[in-house]
Design a protein around this ligand. Structure first.
Ligand code: ADA
Length: 558
């Protein structure tokens, strides 16, 4: 896929993005489909979301995608950056992978024969037991399709499956590198690591058929990454005949004295939540749209973005790395009921999804927080073990970043002791109370957290906002007007930036308007079928609140 750097030089990679053959199979049962007899009568863009296109708008069901490629006899890896939200992958009629979850990278491999190969992907966007992570009642539209890029990699006898680069010491410019590999047979092969064009390691290593190589590297020439100076480095690993390049930044994120610090410097997070959704492209994010969003974040004076409520496009994260925008990256989830959180199938699916999220995004220096389970029952005894398990899994995978979750009700939450950063969603002046109640509500949240004995943990308001129908104004500045939203956010920022010092992070709900679920009770609360708490509308046109927030966030840069 188009990243901001080439990920391979030696490994042969073919981009499969383009127009694929397509057909919509509706309510067909995927188990009953003979893939060799599918009649492809249409075409579809990859990446793309079929249910965002005019012909299939709003459709739920099974769809089939097909592409034909010429390959040489070799092991091949098909890499999907994301498929929404359940799929089966077939190579010349043979099932080679099933995947559920959406929003994360996965791959499947096959020993290909020389000649033309037919790749068919069955994609399902229905809500059923095949996709335990998706639910109909989420407050966003779960678009379906091959939503991010697809690549075909030709592999040799040794494969690099991942490279993780973690800062050990900023002062010493020391990083720890872990190279995960698989190999056809145990063998001795050369390992070479190059950073920013300099060879930093060259040796022979003994490989098993799978395993990891770990090395510590000192990179004295590298300048640290920070929001103000987002310096980036490129690390190329060559192992046997294979290679993989990753980009990283040397930086440390910690929590100290109730603040998040980057390289020891406390940061105040001022930013927004961001959905990856567009009326015409669904969850697919054309490059121009990503650039648009980064420009608007910078123009607003944001130094922070929360990826709500699923892992973000890798190219967006590349752009955040370059812009020095700090990111909260979270696993897919939205108000799952208690029964869900106690279902072993669901927990297993969350763990697999979290593993994929971390594998795909762990080298982005912009990511300073891992999150899970937006607004789920962290208030219940039954929910607590799941929070403990998933936060524990995140720490196991990556102990270098703080972990958090966004609580739906800070006043009765039971799991704040489990996180490094306490995060609360709250809607004073919208779902309860009036605009003048906002400072009191924010102060009560701080008091509750401190009252729990957690005064040393950083506290973030991870959502707060109000709906505004684009262009809607009246004499009263009443609910749903651009005036009301603007006044509400002005009060929020005024209090958080100038009225108190306990809360050190804010993510306004939300950067852009986005389509909500098709559930009727939601539609009755969401004019135009859109969650319209955006600072910009779904086509990124600024509302009045955009200018208000911009003025407040940029107060010292005007
Ligand atoms: C919640 C939720 C968001 C959105 C928001 C709203 O806090 O986390 O996804 O649904 O409310 O607009 O009501």
């Amino acid at each position: 896929m188009a990243r901001r750097f080439a990920t391979h030089e030696r490994r042969e990679v073919a981009a499969l993005d383009g127009i694929w053959d397509f057909t919509f199979l509706g309510d067909a049962d995927p188990d009953a489909i003979a893939v060799d007899r599918i009649a492809f009568d249409d075409v579809m863009a990859v990446p793309g979301c079929f249910d965002a296109t005019p012909a299939f708008a709003g459709k739920r069901g099974l769809a089939a995608y097909r592409i034909r490629v010429d390959v040489e006899a070799a092991r091949h890896r098909l890499v999907f950056e994301a498929v929404q939200h359940w799929c089966r992958v077939f190579w010349n009629g043979e099932l080679i992978r099933e995947h559920a979850g959406g929003f994360t990278r996965f791959w499947s491999e096959t020993e290909a024969e020389a000649g033309e190969a037919e790749i068919i992907v069955l994609v399902d966007n229905r809500f059923d037991e095949r996709s335990p992570l998706h639910m109909e009642h989420f407050d966003w539209y779960a678009y379906g399709g091959i939503s991010r890029s697809v690549e075909l990699h030709r592999l040799g006898p040794v494969r690099i499956d991942g490279v993780r680069i973690a800062t050990e010491s900023v002062a010493a410019r020391r990083v720890h590198v872990r190279i995960d590999y698989t190999a056809d047979t145990a063998a001795s092969v050369p390992l070479e690591i190059e950073c920013d064009g300099r060879t930093v390691l060259s040796e022979a290593v003994d490989l098993q058929t799978s395993g990891s190589l770990e090395r510590t590297l000192e990179l004295p020439w590298v300048a640290p990454w920070s929001p103000a100076e987002p310096n980036l480095s490129l690390l190329t690993v060559r192992l046997g005949g294979d290679d993989l390049r990753e980009r990283f930044g040397v930086r440390e994120v910690r929590t100290e004295n109730a603040r998040i610090t980057v390289n020891g410097e406390p940061v105040t997070l001022q930013g927004v939540n961001r959905h990856e959704a567009h009326p015409q492209f669904g969850h697919t994010q054309p490059e121009a749209l990503l650039v648009n969003d980064i420009q608007q974040l910078q123009d607003l004076g944001c130094n922070f973005v929360r990826g709500s409520h699923y892992p973000l496009d890798p190219l967006f994260l590349d752009l955040c790395d370059e812009a020095g925008i700090l990111v909260w990256c979270e696993s897919v989830g939205w108000q799952y009921p208690v029964e869900h959180l106690t279902d072993p199938g669901f927990i297993e699916a969350q763990v697999a999804h979290i593993d994929e999220m971390v594998a795909a995004s762990q080298n982005h220096p912009s990511i300073i927080l891992w999150g899970i389970l937006n607004e789920c029952p962290s208030w219940s005894e039954a929910g607590r073990p799941v929070y403990a398990k998933l936060l524990g899994r995140l720490r196991e995978l990556d102990g270098s970043r703080p972990v958090t979750y966004a609580a739906i009700n800070a006043h009765d939450d039971q799991c704040f002791d489990l996180v490094d950063v306490v995060s609360a969603n709250t809607y004073p002046g919208w779902y309860f109370g009036d605009i003048p109640d906002i400072p009191g509500e924010l102060d009560r949240i701080s008091a509750r957290v401190d009252g729990l004995g957690l005064g040393d943990k950083p506290l973030i308001i991870s959502e707060i906002g109000a709906g505004a129908v684009p262009g809607h104004v009246d004499q009263l500045g009443s609910l749903w007007t651009e005036d009301y939203q603007s006044r509400l956010l002005d009060t929020v920022i005024g209090h958080l930036l100038d009225g108190q010092d306990r809360i050190s992070g804010l993510a306004i709900w939300v950067l852009g308007d986005f389509r909500t679920t098709e559930q009727r009770d939601f539609l009755l609360r969401r004019p135009r079928g859109v969650n319209d708490k955006g600072l910009v509308d779904e086509y990124r046109r600024p509302k009045q609140a955009y200018r208000t927030v911009r003025g407040r966030f940029r107060r010292d840069k005007a």
